[in-house]
Design a protein around this ligand. Sequence first.
Ligand code: ATP
Length: 394
Amino acid sequence: MKTTHGTNAHGGDVRLTGLGKTYGAFTAVHPLDLTVPEGSFFALLGASGCGKTTTLRMIAGLEEPTSGTVHLGDQDVTGLPPYKRPVNTVFQSYALFPHLDVFENVAFGLRRRGIRNVKKQVGEMLELVQLGEQARKKPHRLSGGQQQRVAVARALINHPKVLLLDEPLGALDLKLRRRMQLELKRIQTEVGITFVHVTHDQEEAMTMADTVAVMNGGRVEQLGPPTELYENPRTTFVADFLGTSNFIEADVDTRSGDDLVLRAGGGKLVLPSARNSGPTAAGGKVLLGVRPEKISLVHADDAGRIPEGRNRITGRISDSSYLGVSTQFVVDSPVCTAFEVYVQNIDRDPRLVPGTEVVLHWNPAHTFGLDAAQSPPAGTVDPAGGETAAEEAA
Ligand code: ATP
């Protein structure tokens, strides 16, 4: 990601330096260094209790950091109260004024600053959030999504350099949530200011953000564009938090050009070196990962038809679920129990039922490698707020 230094900073850059927060003996946010470049859509993603809201609140000035600084552009705002920072926050509970109509809710910030002729600005803002027709309605006559858009308009009318969004779609049902995600992305692209968004919903973060920081136990585990995090996770936590991963424990055998050749259960598997964050020396223990949708599954009788150069393992189907778009198979193999494989329902092979011997194969380019010593396969993470390292530590 782009970094900025000193006087070259843009006004809408958010720069956190050693920013940390402790509550007594408990560390909610370990000292954090990161820069969110001006104009980007940045998501802090993690399970409940990982420290994402505390981080956002420190940027807003609603929480005092225990260590470190917050810069907006070149300005050190660490000591400034919230209302003196060029930021605005949209919360999950949008708290519109019930007695004011949509127009007046949006106009409120301008009127408070003594601006009398607000019609043009409010009109433009309502067009931006596509509520021009609803201007004279009171909030209770709007849908949840419309109310949330009023909250966004109300925040944007003050021309903040940075808009902070704290689980803003949390109160909406799933369909509306998905619509509003695209809507927020459109609004961000149109206004071009920096958005910092907090969510526990990986799909939400991936839909909207240019850059996602995955937080766990008060630390950023990995930061990057959504595709990079999904395709090349660096920890088992990230690999499990964003989608599902299968893991095989393997030993480094040898190097072959740009690849590492690994041994697992008597077979060999290829891992491109560039996709490996584990050990590289012979004998090193690597946790080899592959996503369920990257894998093809064939009946053992058809193994001869698998093209050369694919990673392959044998196993037996233990379960299958037809989900319309895809069939999800669970395969037990000598190298991994409960391997998950998603196969699109295009040409279904009726022989692929539980108990059948199969061969799984995939392009080595879709394999990623982790350090097995540092990354024991994590349990499934409950993004809605299951146990987290932070909670355990607490
Ligand atoms: P959620 O999605 O549930 O809001 P989060 O990832 O945003 O979770 P934070 O709200 O940042 O998490 O909280 C991080 C940790 O700090 C949690 O373990 C929480 O219990 C703890 N914490 C937050 N505020 C306080 C406080 N005022 N006093 C003590 N501990 C706190």
